[in-house]
Design a binder for this molecule. Structure first.
Ligand code: FEO
Length: 400
């Protein structure tokens, strides 16, 4: 059975949802699933914007057939050629043999790399090019590295719809509700949207900034991303989130304590620390155990907050491996401009604090507070003075 939604009078959502996939990109857990969005415009010509992942191809093809109602498909616009959107191109070609493909030069290169036979159907567009499909004129705007180099976004100058590729996307399957005003985004979606952006596109902040600048002159009425809800109200809210994330600015003055503990002693110190913060009036605080929190969640939370306390046991004379993995991910994603306090622990060679400090020193804009705390096996009364100083240091920095 087909399953489509009308987006505007002549534009339809023809994508689908995958609730079976455990790991997006085979790395990020998606307990709420994911949607692969595709949109079909019925103008004088028929135009499909992007395809979908192979896993939902059957549903996708049924949807297209239902909307076309016997019309042929004239054009396929490919904004992004990563396989979660480009995988079904060959199926489209097989079913609609006269279809022309509109995309960037790099995108056509990728199609060939993935083994697609697209000869004779390419219509290459460059930044700023426009093409009319009848009543609708589409402007193509290149958006390299949001999230791959071939990416472009497409803007419908007639009705203000922006087909934004991976930008403004989110993890999470759509439960019938397609539009942002049909969901409680702050309650049910923002955490997955942040986790999606920060882990998938987070590394490319300057490129996202450049796209935001490019589209700021357009009269955008609706944003149609390739994953997650379509935005037709309150666009400024989501644009502002992306502006902050891509500038690596925290959303909130808040403290996140991330601890790595083997036998509970570092964890105990982290609990005492959190309590001290709360007693001093800092209630916007969260705690995570690196050993049972997926690193994609740690990354998303690190983008959200302003202040982080890292508490790590020393392991094989180094940083605890899962804490190290989190730090490496932070660096790989270009995360910057955070204030960090350090707590180290060790029984016979306490080194993790020094090593974490050195690692963070190699990153951009990380402010490491002086009040480092060092524990020997477990926290004792003697350490309270140091912990109080660490708390004061963080609070002082938050009040600046
Ligand atoms: Fe959803 Fe970069 O692909």
């Amino acid at each position: 059975m087909f399953c489509v939604r009308k987006v505007t009078e002549d534009l339809y959502w023809v994508g689908g949802n995958d609730r079976r996939l455990a790991l997006f990109e085979n790395i990020h857990p998606i307990p709420r699933g994911v949607s692969y969005n595709s949109y079909l415009l019925l103008d004088k010509k028929t135009v499909l914007f992007d395809t979908v992942d192979w896993s939902i191809s059957r549903q996708f093809l049924e949807n297209i057939e239902a909307v076309l109602k016997g019309r042929k498909l004239d054009y396929l616009v490919i904004n992004h050629m990563e396989p979660d959107h480009g995988a079904s191109i060959e199926e489209i070609i097989l079913r609609y043999p006269n279809v022309k493909i509109v995309s960037t030069e790099k995108s056509f290169l990728l199609m060939r790399q993935f083994g697609f036979d697209i000869d004779g159907r390419e219509e290459e567009v460059k930044d700023g090019d426009t093409k009319s499909f009848g009543k609708h004129e589409i402007k193509f705007i290149t958006a390299p590295m949001v999230h791959w180099p071939e990416v472009m976004v497409s803007f419908d100058t007639k009705n203000g719809v922006l087909f934004s590729a991976d930008a403004f996307g989110s993890f999470g399957a759509l439960d019938g509700k397609l539009f942002n005003d049909e969901v409680n985004f702050e309650r049910d979606w923002i955490d997955d949207a942040r986790r999606y952006y920060t882990n998938i596109v987070g590394k490319y902040g300057p490129h996202v900034q450049s796209l935001l600048k490019k589209v700021s002159t357009l009269d955008i009425k609706m944003i149609c991303p390739l994953h997650g809800p379509v935005w037709r109200t309150n666009l400024g809210y989501f644009i502002d989130k992306h502006d902050k994330w891509s500038k690596y600015e925290p959303e909130e003055k808040a403290v996140m304590i991330v601890y790595a503990s083997m036998y509970g002693n570092t964890e105990s110190a982290a609990n005492a620390l959190a309590t001290k913060f709360v007693e001093k009036g800092i209630t916007n605080i969260v705690m995570y155990d690196v050993s049972n929190t997926h690193v994609s969640t740690l990354i998303a939370e690190t983008f959200r907050v302003s202040h982080i306390v890292l508490a790590s046991v020393t392991y094989n004379l180094g940083i605890y491996p899962l804490m190290h993995n989190y730090l490496m991910d932070m660096k790989a994603l270009n995360l910057q401009n955070r204030t960090i306090a350090l707590i180290e622990n060790g029984s016979w060679a306490t080194k993790s604090g020094k090593l974490m400090g050195e690692f963070l020193d190699g990153m951009k804009g990380m402010n490491i507070l002086d009040d480092k705390m060092s524990l020997v096996s477990s926290m004792k009364e003697d350490n309270v003075v140091d912990m109080d100083a660490l708390v004061e240091g963080v609070i002082e920095s938050m009040n600046k």
